[in-house]
Design a binder for this molecule. Sequence first.
Ligand code: ADP
Length: 579
Amino acid sequence: MKTFLRLTTIVRPYYLWMALAALIGFATTGSGIGLLVTSGYIIAKASLQPPLGALQLGIIGVRVFGIARGVLRYAERVVSHSTTFRILAKLRLWFYDAIEPLAPARLLYFKSGDLLQRVVDDIQSLENIYTRVLAPPFTALLVSTLMWLLLGTYSLQASLLLLFFHLLAGIAIPLIVITLGKGTQSGIMDLKTDQQVLAIDFLQGIGELKLYGKLPAHLAEMQCNEAKMLRLQHKNACIDGLHESLTGLLMNAAVIAILCALVPTLPKAGTNGIYLTVITFAVMASFEPFLSLPASMKNLEVDVRAGNRLFEILDAKPETAAPPEPASFPENHIIRAENLTFTYPGNHIRSLEKISFTVEPGRHIAIVGPSGAGKSTVTSLLMRFWNLPCGQLSIGGKDIGLFDPEEIRRNIALVSQRTYLFAETIRENLLLAKPDASDDELKDALTAAGLGCFTSRLDEWTGQHGMKLSGGERQRIAIARVLLQKAPIVILDEATANLDPITEKEVTGTLAAICRGNTLIAITHRLKAMERYDRIIVLEKGKISEQGSHDELMRKNGTYRRMWELQHSENPGRENDDA
Ligand code: ADP
């Protein structure tokens, strides 16, 4: 109930549109009843063979109601769809506004298939909250009230009988249908979500599934899900059929009961018989709005579930938010970490423990250490993806929490191990870093990033996830983005880890050239060309074990030296690459 009320507040700005659509909907149903009633009147009256003029009123009625029904149905569709699309646009904006600040920290805990389901299916089901949930009961109530009043003027007894059958059709049958189908709709939705998650895993991991022989098991799981969904859909269809039959049965029962009540009261056949025909048709037509009531209740179940899932995102607090009066990014952007300690939510082991370091502007430092040492966690904290519960991290002497996270991300360029390219053109992928960049700027950035051959291919599609480009080309696009962003601080988080030695050497060289004058933090577990860094910080199990220049650390005979010797003894032929 709470969710439903919350959903109705979202559509509140469209109440006037909804009221207009409901009124037109009511007028459309009323015209349908009027058409049936006037047709019945003409047929019954004509059987008495009156002069043609006596049928004139009925003929006009058929024409008016017939035309009105078509025109009103069209108007109702236009208004209700326009309302639906307004609601859809609002829901989409509302959802994207809510989800954006949650990335990446909070979204780690959602599966991508599940998120996709929320963005597409859940919002889509909510867009119909007016047409499928709110409008049908409203129209049924209006039509019924009108019918009870009209019939009441002719016979109170018939009106009460109609009220009785309408209550059965409007309350009892939907309740039976809902009880029988309880959980069916949400079951279908849950299975759809599971299916989406499996489909995304299938599409993205088809290589691994094939490689490890898990493809048949994965497909079997998808088929099993599909079979469960079919069973639920079959049950749903059976319940729908039952409902239609019961409503039809009630409609006929209502006609017979009302006729039985009225016939004995007729003084004589003839003129009064015409009214009986008219009443019969009117009673039959008045059941039409009840046909959509169970569907409306089922949609309510779906919408409440979709609402709950969307509110879960909406109510999630972003990990980091801008302070009310954010500080401006300082010119002198010295980075200072003091006693940084960090544990990921749900993790018992500290990823960083009391680490302290300083990076002066323009300096190039490397953070090295084995996998899992906490190197990327330093990046995440600097980019303000996570809040810092313990210790101090400041830029230019100001605590990092004083800045708007967006401002930090504008001033710190990040090249990670896997550069994400959107399924767009090269131009669009570059404009991400600087939306107002001119073509010349884009071409200069590409040339400086070592992709001079791409300057004439700005409008070329990069393929899904940039698959039409090689790993080296994708990383070079990331370098071009850094150039366009013109950020004073650059973080390279294992930026060349996925590249072959020759491309790695080329890309590293390009990066070193373009970062001259910038503050650079390079995170790596591979000790290549380490002499070019002013200082190297060695992380082990979340703690700094050593700090110093390459030569100092080599003299120390500690972890760094052991790592360096191990890596270089394994690849003696590649030592020359380091220069
Ligand atoms: P590195 O970059 O040195 O390989 P990370 O900084 O990625 O290491 O990870 C340090 C530790 O934090 C690891 O033990 C890892 O399992 C854990 N960790 C990293 N990201 C998360 C996360 N989102 N949730 C929970 N634990 C995480």
